[in-house]
Design a binder for this molecule. Structure first.
Ligand SMILES: [Fe+2]
Ligand SMILES: [Fe+2]
Length: 275
């Protein structure tokens, strides 16, 4: 099973930019790269901040661009998203729940089960899993124990070291840790939001944040509690599972020609011996 992850695409209105970048061009590049991967991924998950301001016309643009994806794709919202507009634009990619309810899904079409959770909660851009989401997760995991599983969420549910985001915390994390401790089949918790690569654990599960297809954060500035973005090479993660080696993750970065190549990732097979 190969799952390609895209995150923080921050699609803007025509004529607008995100920190001076035409994010739609970057997303188109990232989708083209998806189709050049060999072997081809089985599915794609896009882990939030799909558009920049939650406008309906941004979602129209986003939906038009991702319609080029040739494999099944699923999305979870980020703090820049509007749940209702997201659902309206991508009804097949968001699944359960009704208006104003959190987006969530469990996909059982592959060797690896894909579970998506919507952790967006005020104060923005904070994160919290409410009791309903956590109860649903527990019931969902209990229904198919032992199946290799990837949990997809926008905000990293671990301390990233990026202080200005870590201060918002992640509500419900204690219960999430306890739940995942009972289900070691959850081999990956994948996220975005911080626009850079970080790794941690949630209970026994390896937790990773993937690079954005839009501008990247400059981590060292956060040591001084500063907030700044600058153009850095966009990227994405590819998660692989096989029965012998378990889960592995590779990060790809865009080069100056617009094509993508793998770089050392934080979640290689070798580092995954804990699982
Ligand atoms: Fe973002
Ligand atoms: Fe975000």
């Amino acid at each position: 099973m190969i799952l390609a992850q895209r995150t923080d695409t921050h699609v803007v209105r025509p004529g607008s930019t995100y920190f001076g970048v035409d994010t739609t061009a970057y997303l188109r590049d990232a989708i083209a790269a998806l189709h050049h991967l060999d072997p081809t991924p089985d599915a794609v998950v896009i882990t939030g901040d799909l558009v920049n301001l939650g406008h309906a016309d941004e979602y129209e643009r986003f939906a038009d661009i991702v319609s080029a994806i040739r494999m099944p794709y699923f999305v979870v919202p980020g703090n820049h998203d509007d749940r209702d507009r997201l659902r309206a634009a991508l009804p097949k990619a968001t699944y359960g729940g009704s208006t104003h309810e959190r987006v969530r899904f469990a996909i059982d079409d592959f060797d690896v089960r894909l579970i998506g959770l919507d952790a967006n909660a005020p104060p923005w851009p904070g994160a919290a899993l409410d009791d309903a989401s956590l109860s649903w997760l527990e019931e969902t995991l209990a229904s198919r124990p032992g199946i290799p599983t990837i949990l997809c969420v926008h905000q990293p549910p671990f301390r990233t070291g990026l202080h200005y985001l870590d201060v918002f915390g992640f509500g419900g994390l204690g219960r999430l840790r306890r739940t995942l401790a009972r289900y070691p089949n959850v081999g990956r918790v994948i996220s975005g939001h911080i626009h850079c690569v970080r790794a941690g654990y949630v209970g026994p599960a390896r937790a990773l944040s993937a690079p954005s297809t839009a501008p990247q954060v400059v981590p060292e500035l956060f040591e001084r509690h500063a907030f700044a973005l600058r153009r850095e090479r966009p990227g994405f993660d590819v998660h692989v599972w096989d029965p012998q080696r378990g889960f592995g993750t590779t990060t790809y970065r865009r080069d100056s020609n617009g094509s993508y190549a793998p770089v050392a990732g934080p979640g290689s097979f070798a580092e995954n011996t804990r699982a």
